[in-house]
Design a binder for this molecule. Structure first.
Ligand code: ADP
Ligand code: MG
Length: 352
């Protein structure tokens, strides 16, 4: 089976070309427009206001949180609020310390350097970054071999905004050099409704409150997914309905795209169904589960499972993946009686 067409990616974390363009158009431009994340927003507001009052460059900021929660958006807002230009790059793009040196040495005073996926930077670049963040200095290596010399280079003060989906993977010396860390949480349904109504306004689509609530409930707490579902529902409303997004239009459209009432897509449901129907609810090893749904281990582990775990539908245990009672209920299935081993009794054959 192929999960890779447009429909199946509807709730997946990866962004496609259309996404990138539309996302840019839907990005809030200042803190006032940024919906939700009250804590991070207030804290950041203080950090930025204080820096502005002092006429100083803002402290380095680390933003952590799942994909699609607004890290890139916030980095742009930080630059906008500081009236500063922004340079955008990412950890994987900086493989050599020299790449980083080139970027750092061309920064203007007060500029915001956004380093996405900062946990994926190479080690030597990371070490160069320590000194740049702390002392606004880099050592540029000139020449090769024994004749190579390090020339210290002063940098203008700048603000590093690092983003990571895995704050736990950052080495402590790097984490410690950020003056402020904002942890982004998943959004409450009411907040997502606000995101959706705001986006609908920008896209010039008519949506009623119940329609927004319907989409919000299936958006996995994630604005990027909310915006993506909104666009698909808009397509449906335009072609099949009179263009207005009501609860019914939203529900029917999302059924067409196979996003269920709780936001599970086809892959999520396939994983749960295999776990319940083939393995009696587990425990079953990840590899076995992946084979059963015809997917790569990584896809099951990184695309489907985080959401299923968060929803309390699946648990990762040392013995393997286990379905919770809520999973049985969600798929409308009845769990086997306690003590009765159905196909689950065979899981030992597969290992974990
Ligand atoms: N708080 C928010 N309010 C409104 N829209 C948001 C918010 N956070 C994110 N978005 C929208 O979600 C999309 C993804 O946000 P982005 O900043 O790219 O997420 P991340 O960088 O964390 O993956 C953007 O199009 C943005 O418009
Ligand atoms: Mg981003």
């Amino acid at each position: 089976m192929n999960w890779d067409d447009e429909t199946d990616r509807i709730v997946a974390p990866a962004a496609d070309g259309e996404d990138t363009a539309v996302e840019a158009a839907l990005r809030p431009k200042d803190l006032g427009e940024f919906v939700g994340q009250e804590k991070v927003r207030q804290q950041l507001d203080l950090v930025l206001k204080a820096a502005r009052q002092r006429g100083a460059t803002a402290d380095h900021v680390l933003l952590s949180g799942a994909p699609g929660l607004g890290k890139t958006t916030l980095s742009m807002i930080i630059a906008a609020e500081m009236g500063a230009p922004i340079r955008i790059t990412s950890g994987p793009a900086i493989q050599h310390a020299g790449d980083l040196a080139a970027i750092l040495s061309s920064l203007q005073e007060g500029e915001v350097l956004f380093l996405d996926e900062i946990h994926r930077m190479s080690r030597p670049a990371e070490e160069m970054l320590y000194m740049a963040m702390e002392d606004f200095r880099v050592d540029v290596i000139v020449g090769k071999g024994p004749g190579a010399t390090a020339i210290p280079l002063e940098l203008p003060p700048f603000t590093l905004v690092g983003a990571t989906t895995r704050a736990g993977l950052l080495p402590p010396p790097l984490r410690d050099r950020f003056g402020f860390t904002g942890h982004m949480e998943f959004y409450a349904p009411g907040e997502l409704e606000r995101v959706i109504r705001r986006s609908a306004g920008l896209l010039d689509v008519e949506i009623d409150p119940a329609g927004a609530a319907e989409i919000a409930g299936r958006s996995r707490g994630t604005p990027r997914i909310a915006n993506r579902l909104l666009r698909r529902v808009r397509d449906y409303a335009q072609v099949r309905a009179d263009g207005v997004i009501t609860r019914e239009v939203a529900a029917t459209a999302l059924q067409v795209y196979e996003v269920d009432g709780r936001g599970l897509d086809r892959l999520d449901r396939a994983v749960l169904e295999a776990l319940l129907k083939l393995f009696g609810g587990g425990p079953v090893g990840l590899s076995t589960l992946a084979v059963a749904v015809g997917e790569e281990r990584e896809t099951v582990e990184e695309v489907a499972e985080p959401f299923l775990v968060r929803e309390g539908l699946l648990a990762r245990t040392p013995r393997g993946r286990v379905a919770t009672p809520a999973a049985w209920a969600h798929l409308g299935l009845v769990p086997p009686q306690q003590g009765v081993t159905g196909s689950a009794g065979q899981q030992g054959l597969f290992g974990v």
